[in-house]
Design a protein around this ligand. Sequence first.
Ligand code: DAH
Length: 344
Amino acid sequence: MMDQLQQQIDAYQNEIAAATASTPEEVEQFRSRFLGTKGIVKTLMGEMKQIPVDQKKAFGQIMNAFKILAEEKWEALRTSVAASVSASGPSIDLSLPGDPPPIGSRHPVILMRNRILSIFQRLGFAVAEGPEIEDDFHNFTALNLAENHPARDMQDTFYLSQNPDWLLRTHTSNIQIREMEKGNLPIRIVCPGRVYRNETISARSHCFFHQVEGLYIDENVSFADLKQTLYFFVQEMFGKDVRVRFRPSYFPFTEPSAEMDISCMLCQGSGCSVCKRSGWLEILGCGMVHPNVLENCGIDSSKYTGFAFGMGVERPALLKYGINDIRLFSENDVRFLQQFTPAT
Ligand code: DAH
């Protein structure tokens, strides 16, 4: 009888030694299994009456030691679970609202770029993009700027030191060359992108900025098409009351070339500090694509003609949002950037 009980107790002792708990519920399971009113200790104690009298004392001592072992283990499990629960902080209230993740906003330059593009897209222009690291041919030579052409000095260029044939594009006009080279005519594209010039950084200029360029090539495209397209654009962009004027200008890649001004929307043309008292704001350069440029791209200039234009994106964004320092666009201060997302 004693032997059998001893064997059982040995097995329970092993179980106690191996017991672990990681939650209060597991601690309670241990307690009720060994120390509960119907637990193992009580049950084994109940065997006492069956033990022969001369062995009762020895059995009592064994049971006492067994009970203490179970109680000590219970205490140890309780302490360790309590410690880990308090280390993991207060319990979570799942009914509380969560922390909202920060929501990004569109950059004001991108908002302005998208507005410009969408006006031309409505006229049937597709969006085309091209590389920011460009070779001399696509940025200059194909655009009728031969080597040593003085007009190259108009655009202070960042050259790559490993290979001076490579540069950071100074305008998005490289995209028109790349599209014309593909030879799928007619071409009607707007080309957005970032451009780079080695200029002193100030409130009005930066060493990089954004442009949108346009190109339309087909048979019988005329300067009248150019004027009407750009007039439609500025009316959509700045309102029906805007007036435009074209001033003769020079770009190597267009002939004839012009700068297009719009009447200053801040003073309605009467003259203010933004338009430098002239009543006019210069917003883009344009012209009829030079035959040399068409031929450089393998397009028959006796059959096809086209117009092109190029504008900066930062300037209209400054005007539209009433911002007076171009550097704010690239400082990545979210308090500034978050102010321009239109309400949805
Ligand atoms: N590429 C010129 C610039 O960055 C802008 C420009 C002017 C583009 C006239 C054109 C154009 O396509 O026809 O200053």
